[in-house]
Design a protein around this ligand. Structure first.
Ligand code: ADP
Ligand code: ZN
Length: 442
């Protein structure tokens, strides 16, 4: 690290002293609140109902006075109800992936697109991207923000951009090899799949020119990071974002690979207690809430992400001063309540990888005779395929005990044949909760 030249895309912001960040946020917040109040009837009504006027907001310390806005509001106001400018001033629409329900749409002016792409360029630069790099964008292109955001960021960072989109893994690998891709960008589950396919084709990690990967758009564990790093021979960086706030690049990892810096010149982050809505101090675990500071088309004040994480402002060796968020280990709505116990898919992933299995699994929850059933299908390693039934049962038991130790409840673990669980090219679907068919609100 000593003689490594520090590279930033916009050091004037990324390394700003903390008190100046606060001052900048204060000024921008006052303006953004007035702008939203004047231009978005939906939010004006929320503020009026709460008895808050834009004059009450003089800086970030007044943020807690503002009402929250959440995904249901976006669904209710769909499609134009939260638009703050005339449609003629907008140049782009994107939509969420609909991972947890009806998709919502977001609008962008050219300035909004520029700001978002700058954020992505910061992420690429932080992962070592320069004009000497070839960035393979294997996030989906289209309505999903992943492809477009990273694509624009790669241009801004001066990298040679390979706009692959997701899927067609054979072609991904061919172009990765032929065109010497150095940075791979996709979901972590797709990165694991690409790594697996490379291995099957007889490629070793050192056969590719990749040096880094920028993976996000879904939760992934530290165990998964190590697995991908080993398979591809790279450093794997996390990136976080959501369509409602812009897209990928709201926060990104630096060389420390220990939490993601939030682009605080554009967004204010808060952590709240998801049950009471109370703002929690730095270091507390809770729901992440964002307030945009510069957005023109689709500004959001105190948007509840439902992502659970922790914020910290410890000094980072990279020199960036922006607050860091820990990996969101799941959304509050990813959490399953099984027999009264809270279970996140990420906990299951951690146990599997620590026990020597690949991250190919599926969780099936149901309710039979008023009792929750909990099954986990896990692909056995190819070497285990020739095991006797007895040996397989014993491996299943071992895994079940490890799960019990982590989760506090016993799942039925089934080792299934290699390749029998569908691979993901985008956001992986890990959970099938059949209790929904019973109309149970989970
Ligand atoms: P959807 O909510 O329909 O999936 P988006 O495509 O906008 O819509 O995805 C945003 C969400 O994806 C975030 O709110 C978060 O739950 C998840 N996400 C994005 N990046 C990460 C990441 N690096 N780690 C964990 N979750 C992430
Ligand atoms: Zn850092």
């Amino acid at each position: 690290m000593m003689d490594m030249e520090k590279k930033y895309f916009q050091p004037e912001f990324e390394t700003m002293p903390v008190d100046e960040i606060k001052k900048l946020q204060d000024e921008k917040l006052v303006k953004q609140v007035c702008y939203v109040y004047d231009n978005v009837k939906y939010y004006r009504d929320l503020m009026d109902k709460k008895g808050v006027s834009p004059l009450d907001i003089k800086g970030t310390e007044d943020l807690h006075k503002l009402p929250f806005i959440c995904k249901d509001d976006l669904r209710e106001a769909y499609p134009y109800g939260l638009l703050a400018t005339d449609v003629k001033n907008c140049v782009r629409i994107h939509s969420t992936s609909g991972t947890t329900g009806k998709r919502v749409v977001a609008f962008y002016t050219q300035n909004d697109v520029d700001m978002w792409e700058d954020c992505c360029a910061r992420a690429i630069t932080a992962a070592g991207g320069t004009e000497h790099d070839v960035v393979q964008v294997a996030y989906g292109y289209g309505l999903f923000t992943g492809g477009a955001g990273i694509h624009g960021g790669s241009h801004k960072a001066g990298c040679l951009t390979l706009p692959m989109s997701s899927g067609n893994t054979e072609r991904q690998i061919q172009f990765m090899m032929d065109l010497n891709a150095t940075i791979l960008c996709c979901t972590p589950s797709y990165a694991a799949y690409i790594g697996e396919t490379l291995h099957e084709k007889g490629f070793k990690p050192e056969d590719n020119k990749l040096k880094a990967g920028i993976f996000g758009a879904e939760p992934w564990t530290e165990e998964m990071r190590r697995d991908i790093e080993n398979k591809l021979g790279i450093k794997a960086y996390d990136i976080y974002g959501l369509t409602e706030i812009s897209g990928p690049g709201v926060a990104f990892e630096c060389e420390e690979q220990n939490g993601m810096h939030i682009n605080e010149d554009h967004f204010i982050a808060e952590i709240i207690d998801p049950d009471t809505g109370e703002t929690l101090p730095l270091g507390s675990k809770g729901e992440l809430v964002f307030t945009s500071l510069d957005k023109e088309a689709f500004p959001l004040l105190r948007y509840r992400t439902r992502d659970i994480c922790v914020l910290s402002r410890e000094k980072c060796s990279c020199g960036r001063t922006f607050v860091k968020m820990t990996k969101p280990l799941g959304r509050s709505d990813d959490m399953m309540i099984i027999r009264g116990v809270n279970v996140f898919p990420s906990q299951i992933e951690a146990v599997l990888l620590n026990s020597g299995y690949a991250p190919n699994y599926q969780i099936i929850v149901d309710r039979v005779n008023n009792t929750d059933t909990f099954d986990i299908n896990v692909e056995m390693n190819p070497d285990d395929f020739s095991d006797t039934p007895k040996a397989i049962t014993s491996k299943e038991k071992k895994l079940r005990n490890a799960m019990k130790a982590m989760l506090g409840i016993n799942p039925n673990v089934h080792l299934v044949s290699p390749k029998s669980i569908a691979r993901s090219e985008g956001k992986a679907v890990r959970v099938i909760d059949n209790r929904k068919r019973l109309g149970i609100n989970i």
